[in-house]
Design a protein around this ligand. Structure first.
Ligand SMILES: [Fe+2]
Length: 208
């Protein structure tokens, strides 16, 4: 199975969030309350919490920010990640570019000197693709690539909110087991207008 990159020359864009610290604090509390009924992906280091599972009283600042950028209606889940190496192999979050091709990642704790790195390959054959069940809560399109076939082409330290292109090969680089980040996922996928309202001056263009 191969994969399709959306916007292959764009890897990430910085996002400035005025009330970032309030959002981070709300996400830390939600992270501390996660439980086994929240949908886990491959292992306990990753927890998806769906919008309907969150009590609105638990994230007023986050909700007001999402409303202010016109994305509350598209926001549908938070992926909480806590691990030393969040994704040890190079992967795409989606081999189907219609789903899950962007992620808004916010660092929470112990993120200094940790990175998100991006890769290219001339052998785009994926391994272990995850085919979603028809009744599954999340449209999963996750798949790995053999890392020895990948070359790093960009890297960003995980110290600011970034919108990440999850349809290009990437992985986290970290040896800090306490590192935690949260990722906001949207459906339908973000479009040009959405990204502009996030304050990104050059949507889907690699700047830094
Ligand atoms: Fe990923």
């Amino acid at each position: 199975m191969k994969f399709t990159e959306m916007r292959p020359e764009w890897f990430y864009s910085y996002v400035t969030i005025a009330n970032l610290e309030s959002i981070q604090q709300e996400m830390r509390v939600i992270n501390s309350k996660k439980n086994p009924t929240n949908f886990n992906t491959y292992n306990p280091y990753y927890t998806n919490i769906f919008k309907h599972e969150i009590d609105e009283k638990d994230y007023p600042h986050t909700k007001s920010w999402l409303l202010s950028v016109g994305l509350y209606h598209k926001f549908y889940r938070i992926l909480l990640t806590q691990a030393s190496v969040t994704a040890p192999a190079v992967h795409v979050d989606t081999y189907d570019p219609m789903h899950c091709n962007c992620s808004l990642n916010i660092p929470l704790d112990y993120c200094d000197n940790t990175y998100t790195a991006f890769y290219k390959t001339d052998k785009p054959e994926l391994v272990q693709p995850c085919f979603p069940d028809p009744g599954e809560k999340q449209a999963r399109n996750f798949a790995w690539l053999n890392a020895e076939h990948a070359v790093e082409v960009a890297k960003v330290e995980t110290i600011r909110p970034i919108l990440v292109n999850t349809s290009v090969l990437h992985r986290a680089l970290s040896d800090e087991p306490r590192r935690s980040i949260c990722s906001f996922r949207f459906f339908p996928e973000l479009n040009l207008e959405n990204v502009k309202r996030l304050g990104i001056e050059k949507p889907f263009e690699q700047v830094d």
